[in-house]
Design a protein around this ligand. Sequence first.
Ligand code: SF4
Ligand code: SF4
Length: 476
Amino acid sequence: MSQDPAPALYAAQEPVFPRKVKGFFRTFKWWIMAVTLGIYYLTPWLRWDRGPNLPDQAVLIDMANRRFYFFWIEIWSHEFYFVAGLLIMAGLGLFLFTSALGRVWCGYTCPQTVWTDLFILVERWIEGDRNARVRLWKGKWILNKWRLRLTKWTGWLVIAVATGGAWVFYFADAPTLLSNLINFTAHPAAYITIAILTATTFVFGGFMREQVCIYMCPWPRIQAAMMDPDTITVAYRDWRGEDRKNSEAVKAGAPQGDCIDCMACANVCPVGIDIRDGQQMECITCALCIDACDDVMAKIGKPRGLIDYLALSDEEAERAGAQPKPIWKHVLRPRTLFYTALWAAIGAGLVFALFIRSDIELTVSPERNPTYVLQSDGSIRNIYDVRLRNKLGDDRRFHLNLTSNEILRIELEGKDHVLWIDVPADTTVLQRVYITARPQDPAASIESTALRIWVEDLESGASASQSTIFNGRKSQ
Ligand code: SF4
Ligand code: SF4
């Protein structure tokens, strides 16, 4: 008995040569490309005056000092919850757009899509449109092919280096780092990062392209769980297009649909699929096939929209001869409203937290081992490490104090009878603090006493505090 051969687990990449297309969605994609790339490449060069002691780069991830600067906002490392909140909002935003508009992220704004689009543009400028590129690909490696390929690769390399280079400028003062890079005096990490990002951009955008989306990215698999019959996605109106001009059915006398089988939709597709075969995981809903088909419909005098943005429920309705629902009814539904409400609530919470945060802060860490020290005079001493933060652009003198229902004395290590500390601009200072209860004070003998340590900037009147406890003799 013969056995079926095991299915092949490897298939060579079928190169895709997308044809040039014009139309509403193509123009929209050009604009999105210009805006996203413009933001990415130019942002590190924007300046923002924060005063004499602070960096003047508008957006800066200062790893050495553990700060993130975004125009007028300065996030310190202990405020990482802002970054976490923004990441959660980005995730929810992705859920929202996917459930409403399918793979709109993939089709328009994903870096892989944007850079691949840019690389294809360069390829088209140098090697010509689809047919010329197919001929070149099939042709022998003669001088002209080498010339075109080397020119194209050089163009890609320039983009790739600029992409890797732009990334490192977010982590240091961009003009200074550029000068250091040119003079070969920058930190090796900068050169290594640029080299890695140059290589990945060159390979992903130039050679792997749709393979990254199909085989490497988990998002196409995950997003299927977020889509439902109301999700708007790109679809072919087969009930209007079939039977196709060249089909066997039409040749046998069946009435012809609107599809003239020109293949324009498939030839412009950047992932190399034919949308007329139905919904496919590879489709990034870039809508270029809509533009291509609308152009064909205009030329043959048929209404646009043979390929269009459609909800699955509309497909069923239209097939049954009913009118589709207006788009807003698909978009505004409980699921998308829930995502929007959650997204807005987190955003409002972050904005609120941003506005109520103080320019001076303290963090109190009580010494736990031992919880208290019995002094020779019978008094009980607790030790605390107090981290003071001056987020202002000038040096400040902070005064420390405590409030409690019991009698407690506060002292600062290394300070003789003074309760102030000078904290330079935009820095933190760690100060050890002693709090003592005399033998006759109740706090010395009871297990724990609540207290609050205060820091006050006398110049501005701003203050901050944190509650903690004082451990008495019974705490052990
Ligand atoms: S572009 Fe339109 S008419 Fe041409 S093959 Fe595609 S669906 Fe048919
Ligand atoms: S089928 Fe159409 S929408 Fe989907 S990826 Fe191809 S061109 Fe873009």
